[in-house]
Design a protein around this ligand. Structure first.
Ligand SMILES: NC(=O)c1ccc[n+]([C@@H]2O[C@H](COP(=O)([O-])OP(=O)(O)OC[C@H]3O[C@@H](n4cnc5c(N)ncnc54)[C@H](OP(=O)(O)O)[C@@H]3O)[C@@H](O)[C@H]2O)c1
Length: 319
Protein backbone atom coordinates (compact mmCIF):
# COMPACT_ATOMS: atom_id res chain seq x y z
CA UNK A 1 0.00 0.00 0.00
CA UNK A 2 1.34 3.45 -0.92
CA UNK A 3 1.00 5.95 1.89
CA UNK A 4 1.05 9.70 1.39
CA UNK A 5 4.75 9.96 2.20
CA UNK A 6 5.75 7.14 -0.16
CA UNK A 7 3.55 8.68 -2.82
CA UNK A 8 5.22 12.08 -2.54
CA UNK A 9 8.64 10.48 -2.58
CA UNK A 10 7.75 8.52 -5.73
CA UNK A 11 6.26 11.58 -7.41
CA UNK A 12 9.33 13.65 -6.55
CA UNK A 13 11.62 10.89 -7.85
CA UNK A 14 9.72 10.65 -11.10
CA UNK A 15 9.82 14.41 -11.45
CA UNK A 16 13.53 14.58 -10.83
CA UNK A 17 14.46 12.11 -13.52
CA UNK A 18 12.15 13.02 -16.37
CA UNK A 19 11.74 16.04 -18.64
CA UNK A 20 8.58 17.64 -20.12
CA UNK A 21 7.00 16.12 -23.26
CA UNK A 22 9.71 13.47 -23.75
CA UNK A 23 9.51 13.05 -19.98
CA UNK A 24 5.80 12.29 -20.16
CA UNK A 25 6.24 9.98 -23.15
CA UNK A 26 9.01 8.09 -21.45
CA UNK A 27 6.99 7.89 -18.25
CA UNK A 28 4.05 6.49 -20.21
CA UNK A 29 6.31 3.94 -21.89
CA UNK A 30 7.44 2.86 -18.44
CA UNK A 31 3.89 2.70 -17.14
CA UNK A 32 4.38 5.43 -14.60
CA UNK A 33 0.82 6.59 -14.28
CA UNK A 34 0.61 7.27 -10.56
CA UNK A 35 -1.41 4.93 -8.41
CA UNK A 36 -3.08 5.36 -5.05
CA UNK A 37 -4.42 2.81 -2.62
CA UNK A 38 -8.06 2.17 -1.75
CA UNK A 39 -7.88 2.63 2.04
CA UNK A 40 -10.23 -0.26 2.89
CA UNK A 41 -8.06 -2.89 1.15
CA UNK A 42 -4.78 -1.34 0.01
CA UNK A 43 -5.53 -2.27 -3.64
CA UNK A 44 -3.91 0.33 -5.88
CA UNK A 45 -5.75 2.25 -8.58
CA UNK A 46 -4.32 4.42 -11.36
CA UNK A 47 -5.19 8.02 -10.47
CA UNK A 48 -6.76 8.96 -13.83
CA UNK A 49 -9.82 7.19 -15.19
CA UNK A 50 -12.79 7.91 -17.43
CA UNK A 51 -16.33 9.17 -16.79
CA UNK A 52 -19.27 8.46 -19.05
CA UNK A 53 -21.92 11.16 -18.78
CA UNK A 54 -21.51 14.37 -20.81
CA UNK A 55 -19.91 13.91 -24.26
CA UNK A 56 -19.23 10.18 -23.76
CA UNK A 57 -22.95 9.68 -23.27
CA UNK A 58 -23.81 11.80 -26.33
CA UNK A 59 -21.62 9.61 -28.54
CA UNK A 60 -22.94 6.41 -26.90
CA UNK A 61 -26.40 7.41 -28.10
CA UNK A 62 -25.29 7.47 -31.75
CA UNK A 63 -24.84 4.59 -34.18
CA UNK A 64 -21.10 4.99 -34.63
CA UNK A 65 -19.28 4.49 -31.33
CA UNK A 66 -15.81 4.03 -32.88
CA UNK A 67 -14.60 7.12 -31.02
CA UNK A 68 -15.46 5.49 -27.67
CA UNK A 69 -13.61 2.31 -28.66
CA UNK A 70 -10.56 4.51 -29.31
CA UNK A 71 -10.98 6.21 -25.94
CA UNK A 72 -11.00 2.80 -24.17
CA UNK A 73 -7.96 1.71 -26.17
CA UNK A 74 -6.06 4.90 -25.34
CA UNK A 75 -7.02 4.47 -21.71
CA UNK A 76 -6.12 0.83 -21.16
CA UNK A 77 -3.00 0.91 -23.38
CA UNK A 78 -1.63 3.49 -20.93
CA UNK A 79 -2.49 1.66 -17.72
CA UNK A 80 -5.63 3.58 -16.73
CA UNK A 81 -8.54 1.43 -15.54
CA UNK A 82 -11.20 3.26 -13.53
CA UNK A 83 -14.41 3.68 -15.54
CA UNK A 84 -17.38 5.45 -13.97
CA UNK A 85 -20.85 4.91 -15.36
CA UNK A 86 -24.49 4.70 -14.25
CA UNK A 87 -27.78 3.26 -15.50
CA UNK A 88 -29.02 6.85 -15.78
CA UNK A 89 -26.31 7.94 -18.28
CA UNK A 90 -28.40 7.16 -21.36
CA UNK A 91 -26.77 4.39 -23.41
CA UNK A 92 -23.34 4.74 -21.74
CA UNK A 93 -23.39 1.71 -19.45
CA UNK A 94 -24.76 -0.64 -22.10
CA UNK A 95 -22.54 0.57 -24.94
CA UNK A 96 -19.43 0.63 -22.75
CA UNK A 97 -20.16 -2.89 -21.46
CA UNK A 98 -20.43 -4.17 -25.00
CA UNK A 99 -17.29 -2.35 -26.16
CA UNK A 100 -14.99 -3.57 -23.39
CA UNK A 101 -16.22 -7.15 -23.87
CA UNK A 102 -15.76 -6.99 -27.66
CA UNK A 103 -12.28 -5.52 -27.14
CA UNK A 104 -11.39 -8.23 -24.60
CA UNK A 105 -10.25 -5.67 -22.03
CA UNK A 106 -12.57 -6.35 -19.08
CA UNK A 107 -9.63 -7.65 -17.04
CA UNK A 108 -7.95 -4.26 -17.44
CA UNK A 109 -10.96 -2.35 -16.12
CA UNK A 110 -12.02 -1.16 -12.68
CA UNK A 111 -15.76 -0.95 -13.40
CA UNK A 112 -17.69 1.53 -11.24
CA UNK A 113 -21.42 1.87 -11.72
CA UNK A 114 -24.34 3.07 -9.65
CA UNK A 115 -27.74 2.19 -8.30
CA UNK A 116 -30.63 4.54 -7.70
CA UNK A 117 -34.31 3.81 -8.01
CA UNK A 118 -35.26 6.52 -5.49
CA UNK A 119 -34.47 9.65 -7.49
CA UNK A 120 -32.63 12.62 -6.02
CA UNK A 121 -33.46 13.89 -2.57
CA UNK A 122 -35.98 12.33 -0.21
CA UNK A 123 -37.57 9.62 -2.41
CA UNK A 124 -37.62 6.06 -1.10
CA UNK A 125 -36.26 3.05 -2.93
CA UNK A 126 -38.04 -0.26 -3.41
CA UNK A 127 -35.30 -2.81 -2.56
CA UNK A 128 -36.57 -5.25 -5.19
CA UNK A 129 -36.28 -2.54 -7.86
CA UNK A 130 -32.77 -1.66 -6.66
CA UNK A 131 -31.74 -5.33 -6.87
CA UNK A 132 -33.19 -5.58 -10.37
CA UNK A 133 -31.27 -2.47 -11.47
CA UNK A 134 -27.99 -3.92 -10.18
CA UNK A 135 -28.67 -7.22 -11.99
CA UNK A 136 -29.21 -5.22 -15.20
CA UNK A 137 -25.86 -3.47 -14.68
CA UNK A 138 -24.15 -6.84 -14.16
CA UNK A 139 -25.78 -8.18 -17.34
CA UNK A 140 -24.60 -5.11 -19.29
CA UNK A 141 -21.04 -5.61 -18.07
CA UNK A 142 -21.34 -9.35 -18.83
CA UNK A 143 -18.99 -10.19 -15.95
CA UNK A 144 -19.72 -12.05 -12.71
CA UNK A 145 -18.96 -8.94 -10.66
CA UNK A 146 -18.50 -5.20 -10.88
CA UNK A 147 -15.72 -3.49 -8.96
CA UNK A 148 -17.71 -0.67 -7.39
CA UNK A 149 -21.44 -0.16 -6.81
CA UNK A 150 -22.29 3.40 -5.76
CA UNK A 151 -25.61 4.72 -4.50
CA UNK A 152 -26.21 7.57 -6.96
CA UNK A 153 -27.02 11.10 -5.81
CA UNK A 154 -27.74 10.10 -2.18
CA UNK A 155 -30.86 8.18 -3.23
CA UNK A 156 -32.35 6.54 -0.09
CA UNK A 157 -28.96 5.53 1.36
CA UNK A 158 -30.36 3.33 4.15
CA UNK A 159 -32.13 1.03 1.67
CA UNK A 160 -29.76 1.14 -1.31
CA UNK A 161 -26.48 0.85 0.60
CA UNK A 162 -27.95 -2.23 2.28
CA UNK A 163 -28.85 -3.69 -1.12
CA UNK A 164 -25.38 -2.89 -2.50
CA UNK A 165 -23.86 -4.64 0.52
CA UNK A 166 -25.99 -7.73 -0.13
CA UNK A 167 -24.37 -7.93 -3.57
CA UNK A 168 -20.93 -7.42 -2.03
CA UNK A 169 -21.60 -10.29 0.38
CA UNK A 170 -22.70 -12.44 -2.55
CA UNK A 171 -19.42 -11.69 -4.38
CA UNK A 172 -21.07 -9.73 -7.20
CA UNK A 173 -19.74 -6.33 -6.09
CA UNK A 174 -16.23 -5.73 -4.73
CA UNK A 175 -16.65 -2.27 -3.19
CA UNK A 176 -19.59 -0.13 -2.07
CA UNK A 177 -19.86 3.66 -2.23
CA UNK A 178 -22.15 6.65 -2.47
CA UNK A 179 -22.08 9.81 -4.63
CA UNK A 180 -23.31 13.35 -4.82
CA UNK A 181 -22.41 16.48 -6.73
CA UNK A 182 -25.13 18.66 -5.16
CA UNK A 183 -24.14 21.23 -2.54
CA UNK A 184 -27.47 20.66 -0.77
CA UNK A 185 -26.61 16.97 -0.19
CA UNK A 186 -23.15 17.37 1.33
CA UNK A 187 -24.51 17.55 4.90
CA UNK A 188 -26.30 14.26 4.39
CA UNK A 189 -23.20 12.74 2.79
CA UNK A 190 -21.22 13.68 5.89
CA UNK A 191 -23.75 11.87 8.11
CA UNK A 192 -23.58 8.76 5.93
CA UNK A 193 -19.77 8.82 5.99
CA UNK A 194 -19.89 8.91 9.79
CA UNK A 195 -22.53 6.21 10.20
CA UNK A 196 -22.21 3.67 7.39
CA UNK A 197 -19.29 1.45 6.38
CA UNK A 198 -18.17 2.79 3.00
CA UNK A 199 -15.30 1.88 0.67
CA UNK A 200 -15.76 4.92 -1.62
CA UNK A 201 -17.42 8.28 -2.00
CA UNK A 202 -17.81 10.08 -5.35
CA UNK A 203 -17.94 13.89 -5.23
CA UNK A 204 -17.38 16.97 -7.42
CA UNK A 205 -14.11 18.81 -6.95
CA UNK A 206 -12.26 21.22 -9.23
CA UNK A 207 -9.75 24.07 -9.01
CA UNK A 208 -12.65 26.54 -8.86
CA UNK A 209 -15.07 24.29 -6.92
CA UNK A 210 -13.33 23.55 -3.65
CA UNK A 211 -16.22 23.18 -1.17
CA UNK A 212 -15.35 19.54 -0.33
CA UNK A 213 -11.97 20.63 1.08
CA UNK A 214 -13.61 21.92 4.22
CA UNK A 215 -15.29 18.82 5.69
CA UNK A 216 -15.73 15.99 3.20
CA UNK A 217 -12.12 15.34 2.17
CA UNK A 218 -10.68 15.51 5.74
CA UNK A 219 -13.48 13.16 6.87
CA UNK A 220 -12.64 10.73 4.04
CA UNK A 221 -9.05 10.59 5.31
CA UNK A 222 -10.23 10.13 8.91
CA UNK A 223 -12.70 7.36 8.02
CA UNK A 224 -10.33 5.73 5.48
CA UNK A 225 -12.76 6.08 2.57
CA UNK A 226 -11.50 6.22 -1.03
CA UNK A 227 -12.50 9.30 -3.05
CA UNK A 228 -13.45 9.37 -6.74
CA UNK A 229 -13.49 12.91 -8.12
CA UNK A 230 -16.15 13.88 -10.65
CA UNK A 231 -16.49 16.97 -12.86
CA UNK A 232 -12.78 17.93 -12.52
CA UNK A 233 -13.18 20.51 -15.29
CA UNK A 234 -16.50 21.80 -13.97
CA UNK A 235 -18.10 20.19 -17.03
CA UNK A 236 -15.96 22.43 -19.32
CA UNK A 237 -16.46 25.66 -17.36
CA UNK A 238 -12.78 25.71 -16.37
CA UNK A 239 -11.67 25.43 -20.00
CA UNK A 240 -14.10 28.17 -20.97
CA UNK A 241 -12.82 30.38 -18.15
CA UNK A 242 -9.22 29.85 -19.28
CA UNK A 243 -10.23 30.69 -22.87
CA UNK A 244 -7.17 31.90 -24.74
CA UNK A 245 -5.17 32.75 -21.59
CA UNK A 246 -1.75 31.13 -22.06
CA UNK A 247 -0.93 28.26 -19.72
CA UNK A 248 0.97 29.84 -16.81
CA UNK A 249 4.74 29.30 -16.77
CA UNK A 250 4.60 27.74 -13.30
CA UNK A 251 2.69 24.72 -14.74
CA UNK A 252 6.08 23.38 -15.94
CA UNK A 253 7.25 23.10 -12.35
CA UNK A 254 4.87 20.18 -11.84
CA UNK A 255 5.01 18.79 -15.39
CA UNK A 256 1.62 20.06 -16.61
CA UNK A 257 1.76 20.84 -20.33
CA UNK A 258 -1.95 21.57 -20.87
CA UNK A 259 -4.81 23.10 -18.89
CA UNK A 260 -6.41 19.68 -18.45
CA UNK A 261 -3.24 18.42 -16.77
CA UNK A 262 -2.98 21.51 -14.58
CA UNK A 263 -6.60 21.11 -13.42
CA UNK A 264 -6.16 17.37 -12.77
CA UNK A 265 -2.87 17.82 -10.94
CA UNK A 266 -4.46 20.44 -8.72
CA UNK A 267 -6.96 17.77 -7.59
CA UNK A 268 -4.27 15.10 -7.15
CA UNK A 269 -2.38 17.43 -4.83
CA UNK A 270 -5.06 16.69 -2.23
CA UNK A 271 -4.04 13.56 -0.32
CA UNK A 272 -7.66 12.37 0.15
CA UNK A 273 -8.14 11.87 -3.60
CA UNK A 274 -7.86 8.30 -4.89
CA UNK A 275 -8.75 8.75 -8.59
CA UNK A 276 -10.36 11.25 -10.98
CA UNK A 277 -12.77 10.27 -13.78
CA UNK A 278 -13.03 13.07 -16.36
CA UNK A 279 -15.51 12.26 -19.13
CA UNK A 280 -14.26 12.36 -22.68
CA UNK A 281 -15.36 11.17 -26.11
CA UNK A 282 -11.94 11.75 -27.71
CA UNK A 283 -8.84 9.53 -27.50
CA UNK A 284 -6.57 12.57 -27.73
CA UNK A 285 -8.20 14.07 -24.64
CA UNK A 286 -7.98 10.72 -22.81
CA UNK A 287 -4.23 10.73 -23.50
CA UNK A 288 -3.98 14.36 -22.40
CA UNK A 289 -5.82 13.53 -19.16
CA UNK A 290 -3.55 10.59 -18.43
CA UNK A 291 -0.66 13.07 -18.60
CA UNK A 292 -2.30 14.68 -15.56
CA UNK A 293 -1.41 11.57 -13.56
CA UNK A 294 2.26 11.45 -14.55
CA UNK A 295 5.24 13.33 -13.16
CA UNK A 296 5.34 15.81 -10.30
CA UNK A 297 2.27 16.80 -8.31
CA UNK A 298 1.93 20.42 -7.10
CA UNK A 299 3.31 21.22 -3.67
CA UNK A 300 1.17 23.08 -1.12
CA UNK A 301 2.67 26.39 -2.31
CA UNK A 302 2.05 25.52 -5.97
CA UNK A 303 -1.56 24.58 -5.13
CA UNK A 304 -2.02 28.07 -3.69
CA UNK A 305 -0.50 29.51 -6.88
CA UNK A 306 -3.06 27.58 -8.97
CA UNK A 307 -5.94 28.82 -6.79
CA UNK A 308 -4.77 32.43 -7.16
CA UNK A 309 -4.45 32.01 -10.93
CA UNK A 310 -7.84 30.30 -11.38
CA UNK A 311 -9.67 32.72 -9.08
CA UNK A 312 -8.40 35.60 -11.24
CA UNK A 313 -9.78 34.07 -14.48
CA UNK A 314 -12.99 35.64 -15.82
CA UNK A 315 -16.30 33.83 -15.29
CA UNK A 316 -17.14 31.19 -17.92
CA UNK A 317 -18.82 32.80 -20.91
CA UNK A 318 -22.33 31.48 -21.59
CA UNK A 319 -22.72 28.84 -24.30
N1 LIG B 1 -23.52 12.27 -8.93
C1 LIG B 1 -22.64 11.57 -9.63
O1 LIG B 1 -22.45 10.41 -9.38
C2 LIG B 1 -21.87 12.23 -10.74
C3 LIG B 1 -22.13 13.55 -11.09
C4 LIG B 1 -21.36 14.15 -12.09
C5 LIG B 1 -20.38 13.41 -12.73
N2 LIG B 1 -20.18 12.11 -12.44
C6 LIG B 1 -19.15 11.30 -13.15
O2 LIG B 1 -17.98 12.07 -13.35
C7 LIG B 1 -17.67 12.15 -14.75
C8 LIG B 1 -16.96 13.45 -15.06
O3 LIG B 1 -17.80 14.58 -14.85
P1 LIG B 1 -18.45 15.41 -16.06
O4 LIG B 1 -18.55 14.51 -17.24
O5 LIG B 1 -19.71 15.98 -15.54
O6 LIG B 1 -17.50 16.63 -16.30
P2 LIG B 1 -15.95 16.82 -16.62
O7 LIG B 1 -15.24 15.52 -16.63
O8 LIG B 1 -15.47 17.90 -15.72
O9 LIG B 1 -15.96 17.42 -18.10
C9 LIG B 1 -16.25 16.67 -19.23
C10 LIG B 1 -16.04 17.59 -20.43
O10 LIG B 1 -14.66 17.92 -20.55
C11 LIG B 1 -14.20 17.67 -21.89
N3 LIG B 1 -12.82 17.19 -21.80
C12 LIG B 1 -12.38 16.02 -21.24
N4 LIG B 1 -11.04 15.96 -21.29
C13 LIG B 1 -10.62 17.08 -21.92
C14 LIG B 1 -9.33 17.57 -22.29
N5 LIG B 1 -8.22 16.90 -22.01
N6 LIG B 1 -9.27 18.77 -22.95
C15 LIG B 1 -10.40 19.47 -23.25
N7 LIG B 1 -11.65 19.05 -22.93
C16 LIG B 1 -11.76 17.86 -22.27
C17 LIG B 1 -15.15 16.65 -22.47
O11 LIG B 1 -15.29 16.83 -23.87
P3 LIG B 1 -14.58 15.86 -24.96
O12 LIG B 1 -15.46 14.67 -25.12
O13 LIG B 1 -14.53 16.71 -26.18
O14 LIG B 1 -13.22 15.49 -24.45
C18 LIG B 1 -16.47 17.01 -21.76
O15 LIG B 1 -17.13 18.04 -22.48
C19 LIG B 1 -19.03 11.95 -15.41
O16 LIG B 1 -18.90 11.64 -16.77
C20 LIG B 1 -19.60 10.86 -14.55
O17 LIG B 1 -19.03 9.61 -14.89
C21 LIG B 1 -20.89 11.51 -11.42
Amino acid sequence: MVNRRDFLATAAGVGATLSLTPRLLSALAQGQLLQRAIPSTGEKLPVIGLGSSATFSSVARTEDVTALREVFKAMTDRGASVFDTAPSYGASEEVAGKLVNDMGITKKMFWATKVNVAGRGTGTADPAAARAQIETSLARYKQPKVDLMQVHNMGDPATQLAVAREFKKAGKVRYVGITTTSDSQYGQLEQVMRNEPLDFIGIDYAADNRGVEEKILPLAIEKKIAVLVYAPFGRTSLFRRAGTTPLPEFAKEFDATTYAQLFLKFILAHPAVTAITPATSQAKNMIDNIGGGIGRIPTAAQREQIIKFVDALPPAPGR
